[in-house]
Design a protein around this ligand. Structure first.
Ligand SMILES: [Cu+2]
Length: 72
């Protein structure tokens, strides 16, 4: 199980959170995720989290993601 945290600037409302969430939900290998509007942090966890896929998904939603930390 890997947990990764990304910083996503530019999310300002629930719409942004939904857009990011929808794209992340499409990625395989992620069991759970959280998109936090207050901290601008996106946390994803799963057996096989691919950085590139997560960054691309967030880019697809219209935002830039920077990896903050990786655990596991
Ligand atoms: Cu918004």
């Amino acid at each position: 199980m890997t947990t990764k945290v990304y910083r996503v600037d530019g999310m300002t409302c629930a719409h942004c959170v939904n857009a990011v969430s929808e794209e992340i939900a499409k990625i395989e290998g992620i069991d759970t995720f959280d998109v936090n509007l207050d901290t601008k942090l996106v946390t994803v966890a799963g057996p096989d989290v691919n950085d590139e896929e997560v960054v691309l998904a967030i880019d697809e939603a219209g935002y830039e993601a920077l990896i903050v930390s990786t655990e596991g």
